[in-house]
Design a protein around this ligand. Sequence first.
Ligand code: NI
Length: 190
Amino acid sequence: MAILKIARMGHPVLRQRAADVADPKAPAVHGLVRDMYETMVDANGAGLAAPQVHVPLRVVMFQVTAARGATEDEAAEVVPLTVLINPVIEPLGEERADGWEGCLSVPGLRGLVSRFARIRYTGITPAGEAVERIAEGFHVWVVQHECDHLDGILYPQRMSDLGDLIFETEFRHYLQPTEADAEAEADAAE
Ligand code: NI
């Protein structure tokens, strides 16, 4: 197990389409998933994609804990740790919703991003099992954000108004509803 270095905006690995994983059950994939998990926890992220640790493969992971959900969206559901290999997203309807996103590859910033409000996503687990879920709320931002990394897209590229790209510290000062939230939010990033 190892904590991996996180690629930051501007690194070429974050700008390319990641390759499909031929064998989700391969030992090398399991080793990558373990290291990604350790890295995500160490960085206090809600999600992580393999290109963020300099591995251009279609692997993402995410989890929404009760504490994280409460700081992002009062109605956020808890999502257990999910690892998806070769994930595919399908929007359900045209409805969109705005949410503030952060990214471990874009440290210190937050941006207001419009995403599909409801999606179906599929993928393969490292055990080789198929996953199919419908997501709403904070869950949809995390999944769409992480899967964008696999196509070389960072959240600022999804923003319609760069006036809503702001520093994390200013986000906490001016945009979070309560001080309690601000404290809990202190190091949130995806
Ligand atoms: Ni990210």
